[in-house]
Design a binder for this molecule. Structure first.
Ligand SMILES: [Zn+2]
Length: 231
């Protein structure tokens, strides 16, 4: 199976997981993968996550010209393409309207690093991009600007969360960790004043995770492979 076909299958798996885990809502949000040069696989517009199948995936080039499709591509295609064009290291993007991250997006407050796994997996707070209308090129521009050259996630103001990764498994893990971290920050605020980890400690935890975390000694961290994810 070539990498584009594999990406279509993985996006369907991710869609189901987002739905099962309460990270997706109806058809809002979108997923893409950039497995080979100048080809991007993205979810179609307006089809609920639970109903997505392999044949529904849309394939475009980096300028957005349709290569394969039975449906319109996601309305956030400009956002996905702008991120791939700006960041050579990004090969997968998940945009979710998950509840707790969206709450931060509504008050337009960054999601700080409350937990060690947030430091390890995301490597920093999630910034908020300036507001722009959904689907617009202005939104794409603001998201790229806020995420910068090294960020792994960004909040779209009054909208939702975007995570990126070197593969879909990594983007999914970041989505899960950020949503959980956002939920815990909210609970923590009921109990007292959340204390974010300091920048130096965040960098230490992130680097340690990248270079030494794993099941085996001597192994470097490798981004999760969806096909090996245990049910
Ligand atoms: Zn959206």
């Amino acid at each position: 199976m070539n990498l584009v076909e594999k990406a279509k299958e993985e996006i369907v798996i991710i869609s189901r997981k987002l739905m099962e885990e309460g990270l997706a809502f109806e058809s809002w949000g979108n997923i893409s993968c950039h497995p080979v040069e100048n080809q991007v696989v993205i979810t179609p517009s307006a089809i609920p996550y639970g109903e997505l199948h392999y044949v529904d995936m849309v394939v475009v080039d980096l300028q957005g010209h349709i290569q394969e499709s039975r449906w319109k591509p996601s309305s956030e295609l400009p956002l996905h393409l702008a991120i791939y064009r700006a960041r050579q290291d990004v090969k997968a993007i998940i945009h979710a309207h998950s509840v707790y991250a969206a709450a931060f997006a509504v008050v337009r407050r960054e999601i700080s690093v409350g937990l060690e796994e947030m430091a390890q997996v995301v490597g920093g707070a999630v910034p908020v991009a300036a507001y722009a209308s959904p689907g617009s090129s202005a939104l794409a521009e603001q998201a790229v600007k806020a995420m910068g050259k090294k960020g792994n996630a960004v909040l779209l103001a009054s909208h939702g969360l975007v995570t990126v990764g070197k593969n879909l498994g990594e983007a999914l893990l970041r989505c899960r960790v950020i949503e959980r971290n956002a939920r815990i920050l909210l609970y923590a605020a009921f109990l007292g004043t959340p204390i974010p980890l300091e920048e130096k400690e965040i960098n230490f935890l992130h680097n340690t995770f990248i270079h030494t975390y794993g099941r085996y000694t001597q192994n470097k961290y490798t981004a999760p492979d969806l096909n090996q994810e245990r049910e």
